[in-house]
Design a protein around this ligand. Structure first.
Ligand code: AHR
Length: 633
């Protein structure tokens, strides 16, 4: 072995690494007095589906896991027997009795021995625990019937997993042999917030009881019944989304036609919703049904962007265009009427009965999802059939296609991009050269996929670069939405890596990619400014927009590991000093990230910058995303 050479090598490397490679200076000229085109006010929105326990075990605030008692060979999932002292009990699935035609089975609880000191019953483990916070009030309900008419007191308690401490306690008297719904509330004391809790339902005597649809909700966003988790809704609100694309994604299509998003089975009382297998390995409670999506839109002041089932399911089943497709087209027309119809229309009346007499606004309907995967190549015909029928009844709706259509120009085309960081840098210029005579573009799903469960800072840089391209071209790109939006970070919670917002039962956090979007949406502007760039490194990206008489918005991205100087000419800004508001997101490495245990390591930092006259010399540190808002007055 040549020792001399092996010793020399590190010295050479050190010498080489000491030379910091400087990025070529960038010259960015922005003409604020000549806006090029309008920025789409709907550029930023949300895309959502049931993936990664996004609704069940996520946004949908239900605490009980498997409230409708599905079972496998191990027993009734997520439910366990409680036997204190010598008490004895058994739980089984009774397929012969249930409270509705949608829920035709139930859990049968048989207690053969129990007393006040030694109760017996069952417990639910929740979605990786149940969050209990000091002084929370929980709203619960269940359907039950007994084998006798005499009243049975059912004790309901939230219990700390480790200490066994009872955190909240109540009792409900179940009376009679007919299915009845019982409601209760639980008030938590002052114990510290924790997710390591479960729910117990016990009796103090031998008895037989059937249960179905056991539900428990914590306080929800805007106090909605059957509502959403407040912390997640607040994070979404901070993104200022203008629309919500729902219900998918693959979840819309289902693995089979029978397991598609069959919206008519997902409205009305929960007891009338049969539930269904989702496409992402787990079963959906369907508590997040059509009206709940619309309420979510209303709460965050978003427009619904309704994706209707288009006749293709993931497993390959296709409904041929023509007569076979007619019922599915009708299903979509009915769905649109449920959303937009007056309260005296057939489906508008159903919506009113469900609790929302006022119609919802709707401008965009998407037919299907990623129909390029349809091996039978039937989408041209299916899209055209939906288009004709929807336009005939709703001429003002814009109909989004999931792939190019031969023989016709769709109103809007949905493009999807999932790439590594470099791929997104390449895509940042993609729309600069796309034909303006083609359909408008909806980037309905996109993400830089580096980092798990949530994207790391390299992804945030890829995202920021890509978003500058969307903003510069938002005359063409009318809407965009990152996907997937949500992930439960508990073991087994994730089916798709790199998801925007992570959470467990108790808390949630935004990834660096999340903060990039919060920053970008905070200063959208309403016009694309005329701008040109010379010089600058390969990994420098920008966009410039303005709102006349109000503000200029600059997005500056240095995705390289060395500083980037930028000479800015801001024509039309005028003389004098302008105090710009700056938001900076940066990290030391592309692998740096936020996590459930370190949720705010990378967050935007605000500062001020004085622009004297129309010129500014500015240096972006390595790995930096900046949003600069300059007042125009
Ligand atoms: O976002 C995850 C999946 O990616 C969506 O369900 C699907 O539309 C796409 O393939």
């Amino acid at each position: 072995m040549n020792l001399r050479r092996t010793h020399l090598l590190p010295a050479v490397l050190v010498a080489a690494s000491a030379v910091v490679h400087a990025q070529a200076p960038a010259n960015l000229t922005v003409d604020l007095s000549h806006p090029k085109a309008a920025v789409s006010p709907m550029l930023y929105g949300l895309m959502t589906e049931e993936i990664n326990y996004a609704y069940d075990g996520g946004l949908y605030a239900e605490l009980i896991r498997n409230r409708t008692f599905r079972s496998d060979w191990t027993g009734i999932l997520n439910w366990f027997v409680v036997e204190k002292g010598p008490a004895t009990a058994k739980i089984t699935l009774d397929s012969k009795t249930g409270p509705s035609s949608a829920l035709t089975n139930s859990l049968k609880l048989e207690i053969t021995r129990a007393d006040a000191a030694n109760p017996a019953g069952l417990l639910n483990e929740g979605y990786w625990g149940m969050a209990v916070r000091p002084n929370n009030t929980f709203v619960g309900s269940f359907f039950a019937k007994a084998d006798k008419d005499s009243p049975l007191p059912v004790r309901i308690q939230l219990v700390a997993d480790q200490s066994g401490k009872v955190l909240a306690d109540t009792s409900v008297s179940v009376a009679g042999t007919a299915w009845t719904q019982y409601k209760f509330t639980l008030h938590a004391g002052t114990a510290a917030a924790s997710a390591q809790n479960h729910l117990e339902m016990t009796l103090d005597r031998p008895a037989t009881l059937w249960l179905q649809l056991v539900s428990l909700f914590p306080p929800t966003y805007h106090d909605r019944a059957n509502g959403n988790r407040a912390d997640l809704m607040e994070k979404l609100a901070a993104m200022r989304p203008s629309f919500l694309r729902f219900p998918g994604g693959n979840y819309l299509e289902g693995n089979t036609i029978a397991t598609r998003f069959d919206w008519k089975k997902m409205i009305g009382p929960l007891v009338d919703r049969p539930t269904h297998p989702g496409t992402w390995t787990y079963h959906s409670t369907d508590g997040m049904g059509l009206l709940e999506f619309l309420n979510w839109c209303e709460d965050l002041k978003m427009q619904p962007l309704l994706a209707v089932y288009g006749g293709y399911s993931l497993g390959g089943e296709v409904v041929k265009p023509g007569p076979d497709l007619v019922p599915y087209v009708q299903e979509a027309l009915d769905e649109i009427e449920y959303v937009t119809g007056p309260a005296d229309s057939k489906w508008g009346a159903v919506r009113a009965k469900d609790g929302h007499p006022a119609p919802f606004p709707l401008h965009y309907v998407e037919v299907g999802n990623e129909d390029n995967f349809d091996k039978a190549k039937t989408y041209d015909g299916r899209y055209a059939q939906f288009y004709k029928a929807i336009k005939a009844k709703y001429p003002n709706l814009e109909i989004i296609a999931t792939m190019p259509i031969s023989g016709m120009k769709p109103d809007v085309l949905d493009d999807h991009y999932y790439k590594r960081e470099q791929g997104m840098f390449d895509l940042a210029k993609h729309y600069d050269t796309v034909d303006r005579n083609g359909p408008k573009i909806f980037v309905g799903e996109w993400a830089t996929r580096e980092g798990s469960p949530t994207p790391n800072f390299g992804s945030a840089l890829g995202d920021a670069a890509f978003l500058t391209g969307l903003e510069r071209n938002s005359d063409l790109v009318v809407m965009s939405a990152y996907a997937p939006l949500l992930v439960n970070v508990n073991p087994g919670g994730m089916q798709w890596t790199s998801d925007l917002i992570g959470y467990d039962a108790l808390s949630s956090y935004g990834s660096p990619s999340y903060y990039t979007q919060v920053m970008f949406a905070s200063c959208l502007g309403d016009h694309i400014a005329d701008a040109s760039l010379t010089g600058g490194g390969e990994r420098f990206f920008y966009s410039a927009t303005s709102t006349a008489g109000s503000k200029a918005c600059l997005k500056l991205v240095n995705a390289s590991s060395t500083p980037q100087t930028v000479s800015l000419q801001l024509k039309g800004l005028g003389a004098g000093a302008h105090t710009a508001q700056v938001q900076t997101l940066r990290a030391n490495t592309t692998w740096a990230t936020n996590s459930i245990t370190d949720p705010t390591r990378i967050v935007p930092v605000r500062s001020k910058l004085t622009v004297n006259g129309e010129a500014l010399q500015h240096t972006l540190p390595p790995y930096t995303v900046e949003v600069v808002e300059i007042p125009l007055r």
